[in-house]
Design a protein around this ligand. Structure first.
Ligand code: GLU
Length: 310
């Protein structure tokens, strides 16, 4: 394999001056992000770290969190039950679409879009709300390997403006996908989206999935290995929303994006990759992030369709 450090440094310098895309503003607090921040981190399954750029800048996980909470409820309730609440089909619609809920089964199509992720949040149970939040924080701490905090301002900002997500939750309640109070489940979803992490943390989450659920540094199990392929297959088919097909074609690895400008990608058995750069495209993906992943995949021969990695 070519020298990873020099490959990511070349890509960082190549795309540093890219000015395409816009920082997300539909959650007002996200608009404060610095569009010049840019970081690339690779963590191998052996725990080796390669990094370049502003790797210490913290951002909110947003939708990069969605595969991981899905894993939590799979472990707790098993596939059979979870499939009665959220499906495994791509929508071809935007991440915050509501239309598919009116179709056929009235279930969210998959857990990578907002409707599916809100349904997943409703299944994360505990005796009270702060215990529910603690379960979610502990989940991410197990993947990342150190304590985390949430960003209260981003949480409040999303909560105060989440009219579309609220509509989705009401429909989910109407169809009994959510069986109890929607407000608390929405708040839990906003808490999960507002957890702060940096690019190295995100790459570590990806590397843990690449390493079959075992965190490469702590050697602790973050998710049972039997469920890792559930997460990866859904990231692959649905993780990049309505550009998942294009991503499969041009990058070819399971991935998940977030509107804060983060993208994580998993090369099973090899490495986790994360790119952070706040300006996003019309589908909600970091513009620099997509370009870096496309080239990194070519340069390091990462596509899962390219056969044996050397
Ligand atoms: N919290 C965001 C929302 O619900 C997540 C969207 C994303 O990151 O793609 O709109």
């Amino acid at each position: 394999m070519p020298n990873i450090q020099s490959v990511i440094e070349v890509l960082y310098h190549k795309y540093r001056s890219c000015s395409e895309g816009h920082v997300a503003s539909y959650i007002p607090e996200l608009a404060k992000a610095n569009p010049d921040d840019f970081a690339i981190v690779v963590v191998t399954v052996e725990g080796e770290v390669f990094k370049v750029g502003q790797t210490e800048v913290a951002f909110s996980l947003q939708s990069t969190s969605k595969p991981f909470t899905y894993g939590l409820i799979l472990e707790e309730f098993g596939r059979e039950f979870v499939l009665t609440k959220v499906g495994v089909e791509p929508t071809g619609e935007a991440f915050n679409s509501i239309v598919e809920l009116e179709k056929q089964t009235h279930l969210p199509y998959n857990p990578m879009i907002n409707s599916g992720a809100i349904a997943v949040s409703s299944l994360i149970k505990a005796p009270n709300f702060s215990e529910r939040v603690k379960r979610v924080m502990t989940l991410f701490e197990n993947y990342i390997g150190h304590p985390l905090v949430g960003d209260e301002a981003i949480f409040q900002s999303e909560k105060n403006t989440a009219h579309r997500n609220r509509s989705i939750a009401h429909l989910l309640r109407h169809f009994n996908v959510i069986e109890d109070d929607i407000d608390e489940s929405l708040d839990l979803y906003f808490k999960q989206c507002s957890i702060l992490a940096n690019t190295q943390d995100l790459a570590m989450m990806a590397a843990t999935l690449a390493n079959n659920g075992i965190q490469p540094h702590t050697q602790k199990t973050a998710i049972k290995s039997e469920y890792v392929s559930d997460l990866l297959s859904l990231m692959f088919t649905c993780g990049m929303y309505d550009s998942s097909g294009e991503w499969a074609y041009s990058v070819g690895i399971p991935a998940k994006s977030g509107v804060s400008g983060a993208i994580l990608g998993v090369v099973p058995g090899i490495m986790g990759i994360a790119v952070f750069s706040p300006p996003i495209d019309s589908k909600g993906h970091s513009v620099r992030g997509v370009k870096v992943f496309q080239e990194l995949s070519k340069n390091l021969n990462l596509s899962i369709f390219k056969g044996k990695k050397s």
